[in-house]
Ligand binder design. Structure first.
Ligand SMILES: [Zn+2]
Length: 407
């Protein structure tokens, strides 16, 4: 049994080598944690006086994305002139505040290194990769990925701004591996079933299982799922060739899955919120950062033999839930899991209108076959009116993470 590249990397980085298992990894992470907590408390305004570096992780307070949006500089642990990249992100809360994420040269280097490790699972020297997300500016996600690939002998191109599926085809032709958003790659595989890239990395958005199944069926590609986060240098977890869960970046990050209501650890297999702690002396240390992404801890051992942690692909975002009253909510992931089960669906857009308390869900679906309206109605709440029409749903026309648009 060969270790997957991520496991090999954790073994080397932690120095645990063949002694790596859940217990030794936990002990190693605990030790790293107390030194990084000390670093955070001593170097940042936000954590000074707020955390006790000797406390166990589960006793430390959570950090919220809204904390980061409110005062990004309070998290900065290095002099501003040592910052080599700043990423500005919209905060998904109700304010117009923006999160800013700072990177040092060492943070950038760690990201490149993890990307090289992750990408070596699905590519080999001499391959060509087409990156259909991000852009070629310095230190962007795309250019870090390209640099990481060049280190393992793989040539990568970053597609210029794509505005249609035909432009996406031009960028993708001849590539052994495509890196792209799930909805966009699904649309491409319906439009160009003959393209058949050998491997795919789905990144930048949630991957609904029926969508992945259709891509596998049409293209027969080896399909990998990446979980990333700008706050943690983009790369956080990726699956191996056995596809039994995403192997987490355990030498740089601690993952917890918590019950979003109680804040206590979820039991393995149970859906909860991903909480991440940085273990390195980064420009912006983050302790118990609530990502808002929902996933499960996977307890079983991967077929690759990996004795590290695994999480399931992300199954939703807290911020995507649209409240419908009486504790009910609707999110794009529920719709994706319902509609993409029909293998002929290329894509769809969803719009929710609330007119004086009367809620209407408008679906514009692009598919070869019509979707049974009774199937949709059965799965939705009775008091929501449903309007289904058929039309173009090319995701390249308006590129973004999938969501229900509310008006
Ligand atoms: Zn594995």
């Amino acid at each position: 049994m060969d270790d997957s590249p991520v496991i090999k990397w954790v073994k080397e980085k932690t120095g645990l080598h063949d002694n790596l298992n859940h217990e030794t990894l936990k002990a190693w992470q605990r030790e790293k944690l107390s030194s990084v907590a000390e670093y955070a408390a001593g170097r940042t305004r936000f954590y000074a006086g707020m955390i006790d570096p000797s406390a166990p992780l589960e006793d430390m307070p959570f950090t919220l994305p809204s904390d980061l949006a409110a005062d990004p500089l309070a998290f900065l642990a290095i002099p501003l002139n040592e910052v080599v990249r700043v990423t500005t992100l919209a905060h998904s809360g109700t304010t117009a505040l923006r999160k800013r994420v700072f990177f040092s040269a060492a943070d950038i280097e760690r990201t490149i290194e993890f990307f090289s490790v992750g990408m070596s699972t699905m590519t080999r020297a001499g391959d060509r990769v087409s990156i259909l997300i991000s852009n070629p500016t310095e230190n962007s996600l795309g250019s870090l990925l390209r640099t990481s690939l060049s280190r393992i002998g793989v040539e990568a191109t970053i597609a210029p701004a794509i505005r249609s599926v035909d432009e996406a085809l031009k960028a993708a032709q001849g590539a052994d591996c495509l890196v792209g958003m799930p909805g966009e790659l699904l649309y491409m595989c319906h439009a160009f079933p003959w393209l058949k890239p050998r491997s795919l990395l789905l990144a930048g958005d949630i991957v609904p299982p029926p969508l992945a199944a259709t891509i596998r069926e049409i293209w027969q590609s080896d399909l990998y799922i990446h979980y990333g986060h700008s706050e943690f240098g983009y790369g956080c977890a990726v699956d191996c060739t056995h596809h039994q869960g995403l192997h987490t970046r355990d030498a740089d990050l601690v993952f917890e899955i918590i019950d979003p209501v109680t804040g206590k650890a979820s039991t393995p297999g149970e859906l909860g919120e991903i909480v991440i702690t940085t273990l390195t002396e980064s420009a912006m240390p983050l302790i118990r950062y609530k990502t808002g992404n929902l996933s499960r801890l996977i307890d079983s051992r991967c077929q690759c033999g990996g004795m590290t942690h695994m999480i399931s692909p992300v199954e939703g975002r807290v911020s995507n839930n649209i409240p419908l009253g009486n504790g009910r909510h609707l999110n794009i992931y529920q719709l994706d899991n319902l509609i993409f089960v029909n293998r002929s669906v290329r894509g769809f857009n969803a719009f929710l209108k609330n007119e004086n308390g009367r809620i209407t869900l408008d679906l514009v679906i692009e598919s070869r076959e019509k979707i049974s309206p009774s199937m949709l109605r059965e799965a939705l709440f009775e008091d929501i009116s449903l309007r289904v029409s058929y039309g173009n749903a090319d995701p390249f026309r308006q590129r973004a993470k999938r969501r229900i648009k509310v008006s």
